[in-house]
Design a binder for this molecule. Sequence first.
Ligand code: 13P
Ligand code: SF4
Length: 328
Amino acid sequence: MPSDMPGLREEILKLKDEKRAIILAHNYQREEVQDIADFVGDSLELSRTAATVDCDMIVFCGVSFMAESASILSPDKTVLLPEEFALCPMADMIHVDSARRERKSFPGFPSPPPYVYPPEFSLRDIKAQYPGIPVVAYVNTTAAVKAESDICCTSANVVKVIESLPGDRVICIPDKNLSMWAQKNTSKKVIAWDGYCNIHERVTPDDIRKARGERPGALIMAHPECRLDVLEAADHVTSTSGMLRFASSSSSKEFVVGTEIGLMHRLMKENPEKQFYPLRNDMICPNMKKTTLQSVLRAFRENTHPVKVPEHVRIPAKRALDRMLAIA
Ligand code: 13P
Ligand code: SF4
Protein backbone atom coordinates (compact mmCIF):
# COMPACT_ATOMS: atom_id res chain seq x y z
CA MET A 1 0.00 0.00 0.00
CA PRO A 2 1.68 3.31 -1.02
CA SER A 3 2.04 5.75 1.84
CA ASP A 4 0.17 8.48 -0.08
CA MET A 5 -2.90 6.28 -0.60
CA PRO A 6 -5.87 8.66 -0.76
CA GLY A 7 -7.84 8.71 2.43
CA LEU A 8 -5.07 7.32 4.61
CA ARG A 9 -4.36 10.62 6.33
CA GLU A 10 -8.07 11.39 6.71
CA GLU A 11 -8.73 7.99 8.26
CA ILE A 12 -5.88 8.45 10.74
CA LEU A 13 -7.08 11.93 11.70
CA LYS A 14 -10.66 10.68 12.16
CA LEU A 15 -9.59 7.82 14.45
CA LYS A 16 -7.24 10.14 16.31
CA ASP A 17 -10.17 12.44 17.16
CA GLU A 18 -12.47 9.56 18.09
CA LYS A 19 -9.89 8.08 20.45
CA ARG A 20 -8.80 11.43 21.92
CA ALA A 21 -5.29 10.58 20.84
CA ILE A 22 -2.22 12.55 19.95
CA ILE A 23 0.58 11.52 17.62
CA LEU A 24 4.12 12.21 18.74
CA ALA A 25 6.95 11.83 16.24
CA HIS A 26 10.72 12.02 16.56
CA ASN A 27 12.68 14.32 14.25
CA TYR A 28 14.06 11.24 12.40
CA GLN A 29 10.67 9.88 11.31
CA ARG A 30 9.61 9.66 7.67
CA GLU A 31 8.38 12.97 6.22
CA GLU A 32 4.76 11.86 5.89
CA VAL A 33 4.74 10.61 9.49
CA GLN A 34 6.20 13.88 10.78
CA ASP A 35 3.59 15.76 8.77
CA ILE A 36 0.67 13.96 10.38
CA ALA A 37 2.01 14.26 13.93
CA ASP A 38 0.68 16.72 16.51
CA PHE A 39 4.15 17.25 17.84
CA VAL A 40 7.59 16.53 16.34
CA GLY A 41 10.69 16.93 18.47
CA ASP A 42 13.88 15.65 20.03
CA SER A 43 13.92 13.15 22.89
CA LEU A 44 13.75 15.82 25.59
CA GLU A 45 10.84 17.68 24.00
CA LEU A 46 8.95 14.44 23.40
CA SER A 47 9.40 13.37 27.03
CA ARG A 48 8.16 16.76 28.22
CA THR A 49 5.15 16.58 25.92
CA ALA A 50 4.34 12.99 26.93
CA ALA A 51 4.41 14.06 30.59
CA THR A 52 2.02 16.97 30.19
CA VAL A 53 -0.27 16.37 27.22
CA ASP A 54 -4.02 16.07 27.80
CA CYS A 55 -5.35 13.02 25.91
CA ASP A 56 -6.34 9.37 26.40
CA MET A 57 -3.89 7.82 23.94
CA ILE A 58 -0.39 8.55 22.65
CA VAL A 59 0.68 7.01 19.35
CA PHE A 60 4.45 7.24 19.51
CA CYS A 61 6.23 7.33 16.17
CA GLY A 62 9.79 6.68 17.23
CA VAL A 63 11.67 3.80 18.80
CA SER A 64 10.68 1.67 21.76
CA PHE A 65 12.61 3.46 24.52
CA MET A 66 10.74 6.65 23.62
CA ALA A 67 7.33 4.97 23.87
CA GLU A 68 8.42 3.40 27.15
CA SER A 69 9.33 6.82 28.52
CA ALA A 70 5.91 8.13 27.48
CA SER A 71 4.24 5.26 29.32
CA ILE A 72 6.44 5.80 32.39
CA LEU A 73 5.52 9.47 32.52
CA SER A 74 1.83 9.05 31.62
CA PRO A 75 0.77 5.67 33.02
CA ASP A 76 -2.95 6.40 32.70
CA LYS A 77 -2.74 6.84 28.95
CA THR A 78 -2.67 4.10 26.36
CA VAL A 79 0.72 4.32 24.63
CA LEU A 80 1.07 2.64 21.25
CA LEU A 81 4.24 1.98 19.30
CA PRO A 82 3.05 1.39 15.70
CA GLU A 83 6.03 -0.82 14.82
CA GLU A 84 6.71 -3.37 17.53
CA PHE A 85 10.32 -3.89 16.47
CA ALA A 86 11.31 -0.26 16.10
CA LEU A 87 14.18 -0.60 18.54
CA CYS A 88 17.30 1.41 19.31
CA PRO A 89 20.33 -0.92 19.16
CA MET A 90 22.24 1.38 21.49
CA ALA A 91 19.62 0.91 24.21
CA ASP A 92 20.34 -2.79 24.05
CA MET A 93 24.06 -2.30 24.71
CA ILE A 94 23.63 -2.20 28.45
CA HIS A 95 21.68 -4.51 30.74
CA VAL A 96 20.84 -4.27 34.40
CA ASP A 97 22.42 -7.58 35.25
CA SER A 98 25.14 -9.56 33.58
CA ALA A 99 25.00 -12.98 32.00
CA ARG A 100 28.57 -13.32 33.22
CA ARG A 101 28.04 -12.85 36.94
CA GLU A 102 30.49 -15.65 37.62
CA ARG A 103 33.30 -13.28 36.70
CA LYS A 104 34.44 -12.07 40.09
CA SER A 105 37.05 -9.51 39.15
CA PHE A 106 37.36 -6.72 36.63
CA PRO A 107 40.29 -6.24 34.33
CA GLY A 108 42.49 -3.25 35.09
CA PHE A 109 40.82 0.04 34.28
CA PRO A 110 42.24 1.97 31.39
CA SER A 111 43.73 5.25 32.41
CA PRO A 112 43.38 8.23 32.18
CA PRO A 113 39.60 8.75 32.51
CA PRO A 114 37.10 8.62 30.99
CA TYR A 115 37.19 4.88 31.55
CA VAL A 116 35.21 2.89 29.04
CA TYR A 117 33.60 -0.33 30.23
CA PRO A 118 33.44 -3.36 27.99
CA PRO A 119 29.87 -4.33 27.19
CA GLU A 120 30.04 -7.83 28.69
CA PHE A 121 29.64 -6.24 32.10
CA SER A 122 26.36 -5.00 33.47
CA LEU A 123 25.09 -1.82 35.06
CA ARG A 124 25.11 -3.58 38.43
CA ASP A 125 28.77 -4.53 37.93
CA ILE A 126 29.81 -0.95 37.35
CA LYS A 127 27.67 0.29 40.27
CA ALA A 128 29.32 -2.28 42.53
CA GLN A 129 32.73 -1.10 41.36
CA TYR A 130 31.89 2.56 42.07
CA PRO A 131 29.51 2.54 45.05
CA GLY A 132 27.82 5.85 45.67
CA ILE A 133 28.80 7.37 42.30
CA PRO A 134 25.62 8.65 40.61
CA VAL A 135 24.50 6.98 37.39
CA VAL A 136 23.34 9.19 34.50
CA ALA A 137 21.32 7.16 31.98
CA TYR A 138 20.91 8.53 28.47
CA VAL A 139 17.21 8.23 27.60
CA ASN A 140 18.28 5.73 24.92
CA THR A 141 18.07 2.93 27.54
CA THR A 142 15.43 0.44 28.60
CA ALA A 143 12.99 1.24 31.41
CA ALA A 144 14.77 -1.35 33.57
CA VAL A 145 18.11 0.43 33.16
CA LYS A 146 16.51 3.80 33.92
CA ALA A 147 15.01 2.27 37.06
CA GLU A 148 18.53 1.40 38.27
CA SER A 149 19.89 4.87 37.49
CA ASP A 150 19.86 8.11 39.47
CA ILE A 151 18.87 10.47 36.70
CA CYS A 152 18.29 10.49 32.95
CA CYS A 153 19.72 12.82 30.35
CA THR A 154 19.30 13.51 26.65
CA SER A 155 21.78 14.86 24.14
CA ALA A 156 20.26 18.30 24.84
CA ASN A 157 21.02 18.41 28.56
CA VAL A 158 23.78 15.91 29.42
CA VAL A 159 26.23 18.51 30.76
CA LYS A 160 23.54 20.30 32.80
CA VAL A 161 22.46 16.96 34.28
CA ILE A 162 26.03 15.97 35.20
CA GLU A 163 26.68 19.37 36.76
CA SER A 164 23.53 19.08 38.86
CA LEU A 165 24.85 16.01 40.70
CA PRO A 166 26.85 15.95 43.93
CA GLY A 167 30.46 14.75 43.98
CA ASP A 168 33.19 14.89 41.38
CA ARG A 169 32.51 11.66 39.47
CA VAL A 170 29.57 10.32 37.47
CA ILE A 171 28.86 7.07 35.65
CA CYS A 172 27.43 7.87 32.23
CA ILE A 173 25.68 5.11 30.24
CA PRO A 174 25.49 3.80 27.52
CA ASP A 175 26.86 6.13 24.81
CA LYS A 176 30.65 6.52 24.94
CA ASN A 177 30.57 9.37 22.43
CA LEU A 178 28.03 11.41 24.38
CA SER A 179 30.09 10.69 27.50
CA MET A 180 33.33 11.84 25.87
CA TRP A 181 31.59 14.99 24.74
CA ALA A 182 30.27 15.57 28.26
CA GLN A 183 33.79 14.92 29.64
CA LYS A 184 35.12 17.68 27.43
CA ASN A 185 32.54 20.10 28.82
CA THR A 186 32.60 19.33 32.53
CA SER A 187 35.27 19.30 35.21
CA LYS A 188 33.77 16.16 36.77
CA LYS A 189 35.25 12.76 35.93
CA VAL A 190 32.97 10.82 33.58
CA ILE A 191 33.06 7.02 33.80
CA ALA A 192 31.74 5.91 30.43
CA TRP A 193 30.16 2.80 28.96
CA ASP A 194 31.19 1.30 25.61
CA GLY A 195 27.88 1.79 23.80
CA TYR A 196 27.35 3.76 20.62
CA CYS A 197 24.89 4.51 17.83
CA ASN A 198 26.07 2.78 14.68
CA ILE A 199 24.52 5.50 12.50
CA HIS A 200 26.50 8.32 14.13
CA GLU A 201 29.62 6.27 14.88
CA ARG A 202 30.29 5.82 11.17
CA VAL A 203 31.06 9.54 10.68
CA THR A 204 34.80 10.31 10.57
CA PRO A 205 36.85 13.52 10.54
CA ASP A 206 37.42 12.81 6.82
CA ASP A 207 33.70 13.37 6.25
CA ILE A 208 34.05 16.79 7.88
CA ARG A 209 37.13 17.63 5.77
CA LYS A 210 35.31 16.56 2.63
CA ALA A 211 32.24 18.64 3.53
CA ARG A 212 34.43 21.70 4.20
CA GLY A 213 36.03 21.26 0.79
CA GLU A 214 32.70 20.85 -1.02
CA ARG A 215 30.71 23.46 0.96
CA PRO A 216 33.21 26.10 2.05
CA GLY A 217 30.47 28.55 3.09
CA ALA A 218 28.47 26.11 5.20
CA LEU A 219 28.41 25.63 8.96
CA ILE A 220 28.78 22.02 10.05
CA MET A 221 26.44 20.75 12.77
CA ALA A 222 27.04 17.42 14.50
CA HIS A 223 25.06 15.32 16.96
CA PRO A 224 26.87 14.36 20.21
CA GLU A 225 26.45 10.68 19.33
CA CYS A 226 29.25 11.24 16.77
CA ARG A 227 32.85 10.46 17.72
CA LEU A 228 34.71 13.10 19.71
CA ASP A 229 37.21 13.78 16.88
CA VAL A 230 34.23 14.52 14.62
CA LEU A 231 32.59 16.77 17.22
CA GLU A 232 35.82 18.68 17.72
CA ALA A 233 36.01 19.34 13.99
CA ALA A 234 32.36 20.52 13.69
CA ASP A 235 31.11 24.11 14.09
CA HIS A 236 28.16 23.34 16.35
CA VAL A 237 27.35 20.27 18.47
CA THR A 238 23.79 19.82 19.64
CA SER A 239 20.66 17.65 19.76
CA THR A 240 18.33 17.33 16.78
CA SER A 241 16.05 20.15 17.92
CA GLY A 242 19.13 22.16 18.91
CA MET A 243 20.12 21.96 15.24
CA LEU A 244 16.73 23.33 14.23
CA ARG A 245 17.13 26.27 16.60
CA PHE A 246 20.72 26.91 15.52
CA ALA A 247 19.89 26.83 11.80
CA SER A 248 16.98 29.23 12.13
CA SER A 249 18.78 31.74 14.38
CA SER A 250 22.13 31.70 12.52
CA SER A 251 22.85 34.31 9.85
CA SER A 252 24.52 31.59 7.79
CA LYS A 253 22.63 30.39 4.71
CA GLU A 254 24.18 26.93 4.34
CA PHE A 255 24.51 24.03 6.77
CA VAL A 256 25.92 20.54 6.71
CA VAL A 257 23.81 18.26 8.86
CA GLY A 258 25.70 15.67 10.91
CA THR A 259 22.84 13.52 12.09
CA GLU A 260 20.18 11.14 10.79
CA ILE A 261 18.80 12.49 7.51
CA GLY A 262 15.18 12.56 8.74
CA LEU A 263 16.00 15.90 10.35
CA MET A 264 16.50 17.42 6.88
CA HIS A 265 12.72 17.54 6.42
CA ARG A 266 12.06 20.01 9.23
CA LEU A 267 15.26 21.95 8.55
CA MET A 268 14.17 22.58 4.94
CA LYS A 269 10.51 23.15 5.77
CA GLU A 270 11.21 25.64 8.54
CA ASN A 271 14.03 27.45 6.70
CA PRO A 272 13.02 27.54 3.02
CA GLU A 273 15.53 30.27 2.22
CA LYS A 274 18.50 28.22 3.51
CA GLN A 275 20.40 25.23 2.09
CA PHE A 276 21.00 21.98 3.97
CA TYR A 277 23.30 19.11 2.99
CA PRO A 278 23.64 15.76 4.77
CA LEU A 279 27.12 15.11 6.15
CA ARG A 280 26.76 11.52 4.87
CA ASN A 281 23.96 10.14 2.74
CA ASP A 282 23.97 6.86 4.65
CA MET A 283 23.01 8.34 8.02
CA ILE A 284 19.68 6.53 8.00
CA CYS A 285 18.32 4.82 11.11
CA PRO A 286 16.39 1.77 9.84
CA ASN A 287 14.49 1.52 13.10
CA MET A 288 13.25 5.09 12.90
CA LYS A 289 12.14 4.47 9.33
CA LYS A 290 10.03 1.42 10.17
CA THR A 291 6.98 3.50 11.07
CA THR A 292 4.78 4.36 8.09
CA LEU A 293 1.33 5.93 7.71
CA GLN A 294 0.03 2.37 7.26
CA SER A 295 1.45 1.28 10.60
CA VAL A 296 0.03 4.37 12.27
CA LEU A 297 -3.40 3.57 10.85
CA ARG A 298 -3.08 -0.06 11.98
CA ALA A 299 -2.13 1.17 15.46
CA PHE A 300 -5.41 3.10 15.66
CA ARG A 301 -7.50 0.30 14.22
CA GLU A 302 -5.95 -2.65 16.06
CA ASN A 303 -4.43 -1.04 19.14
CA THR A 304 -0.92 -2.10 18.08
CA HIS A 305 1.42 -2.23 19.96
CA PRO A 306 0.65 -1.25 23.55
CA VAL A 307 3.66 -0.30 25.65
CA LYS A 308 3.22 -0.67 29.40
CA VAL A 309 5.98 -0.71 31.99
CA PRO A 310 5.32 -2.75 35.16
CA GLU A 311 4.87 -0.59 38.25
CA HIS A 312 7.93 -1.91 40.10
CA VAL A 313 10.08 -0.70 37.18
CA ARG A 314 8.00 2.35 36.26
CA ILE A 315 8.19 4.07 39.65
CA PRO A 316 12.01 4.15 39.95
CA ALA A 317 12.38 4.83 36.21
CA LYS A 318 9.98 7.78 36.56
CA ARG A 319 12.06 9.13 39.42
CA ALA A 320 15.11 9.24 37.11
CA LEU A 321 13.12 10.89 34.30
CA ASP A 322 11.43 13.38 36.65
CA ARG A 323 14.78 14.43 38.09
CA MET A 324 15.97 15.18 34.57
CA LEU A 325 12.80 17.07 33.63
CA ALA A 326 13.05 19.13 36.82
CA ILE A 327 16.53 20.42 36.12
CA ALA A 328 16.56 20.64 32.34
P1 13P B 1 17.80 13.67 20.02
O1 13P B 1 17.39 13.61 21.44
O2 13P B 1 18.88 14.67 19.76
O3 13P B 1 16.62 13.91 19.14
O4 13P B 1 18.45 12.27 19.60
C1 13P B 1 17.80 11.06 19.74
C2 13P B 1 18.50 9.98 19.05
O5 13P B 1 18.13 8.84 19.07
C3 13P B 1 19.69 10.34 18.32
O6 13P B 1 20.17 9.26 17.60
FE1 SF4 C 1 19.23 4.62 18.28
FE2 SF4 C 1 21.02 5.70 16.63
FE3 SF4 C 1 18.58 5.16 15.73
FE4 SF4 C 1 18.99 7.16 17.48
S1 SF4 C 1 19.75 7.04 15.37
S2 SF4 C 1 17.38 5.64 17.55
S3 SF4 C 1 20.62 6.29 18.77
S4 SF4 C 1 20.11 3.69 16.45
